[in-house]
Design a protein around this ligand. Sequence first.
Ligand code: GUN
Ligand code: ZN
Length: 436
Amino acid sequence: MTLFRATVFDTPVSPFEGGTLRSQEDCGLLVEHGIITARGDFSTLHAERPDEPVLDLREGLMLPGLVDTHVHFPQVRVIGGLGMPLLDWLDQCALPEEIRLSDVDVARGVARDFVTGLVDAGTTTALVFGSHFASAVDIMFEAADLWGLRVTTGLVTSDRILPEPLLTTPQRAYEESRDLASRWHGKGRLRYAVTPRFSLSASDAILESCAATFREVEGSWFTSHVNENSAEIAEIAQLFDGASYVDTYDRHGLVTPRSVLAHNVHPTDAELATLAGRDASVAHCPTSNSALGSGLFPMRRHVEAGVRIAMGSDVGAGTGFSMLKEGLQGYFMQRLLGDEGLPLTSAHLLWLCTVAGADALGLAQEVGDLSVGKQFDAIWLLPEAGDPLAVGLGNAKSADDALSKVFALGTTADVGGVWVGGDQIAAGRWRMPPSR
Ligand code: GUN
Ligand code: ZN
């Protein structure tokens, strides 16, 4: 049992529904077996339990662990390929790298780099776009399990258009997916995600095999890409006889409350209505959309249509693992949309990077904020003296202002500690898997 003492910021109620930032100075959080069992003024909690060990983190700020709902494990080493639209970037940057993961030694190194990226950024829960190779997905599950991260991932499947080493057949996709799911789905904090790459590279036959896996693996998740880039959308319409991009998935029963579709930069109203009606979620990936020039995410239309949204880094088209950077870029985008944009506060950004992600992944009962009954997934921001964030926090006029400074100035270097389910997995530059 540990009594944490910190300034705690979280957003238990959505700011899109009237919620505000909950900030508590000198807050006490009692954590037992990884779960927050009491919360209140530190002095009150401490007086009630004078013998419990106290971890004094009053310097800096504590936030819930960050949630990334769209991040590609095989692309960690190609982050930063700028200057290309989606389809050129796939051809020139992503796909050649992804082919290398057929080699298990390469896959092990990439998985190590990837998990390090997540941990250092304070991402404790992620929906991870896997690899086309079952052996590499196995390695990813193993790495996530070692660190205790809350990872949902699976085999990426495609049966057309991509380079030949990345292609499979509907039958083989089904068999390999079922095999991976049987070994990893529900083990510890891991779950299986059925993952056709995108309809452009997935025929109806392979989408139907995905649907079979999704139906048969109880509690599995579905993820893919949708409406990211205009050239891609035009090709989809040709390939599927004019069907909308969302419909290419929906007609196979793949758009559900357990579905997270990345991007949706260019949806029609009918597609938004389908997503809302099915209670599916959209992963908004602003640095990726900006880097690839995909477009400005119509957040207002999503919110007004009642579509659930969360945030994704989309590493490696996205420019890094920092969900703080995604929040800031998401804010910029809504500003650039002028009257069509949604004005976002720092509380919206924190909610989008924590509770909204947990909700999209069906984990909102367990993580996303630091209320009693939740798992202790948390990060401690401790900027070094003189660091821009330290200067900003030292001059913040209010808690909301301090949180704005976190998004404007915070980097992964400011993450001073990371806990998942009560286990500390990183402290400053030190990081280590928990011993279990
Ligand atoms: N669409 C299909 N594959 C990808 C990918 O790897 N990244 C992005 N951003 N979009 C995709
Ligand atoms: Zn992606």
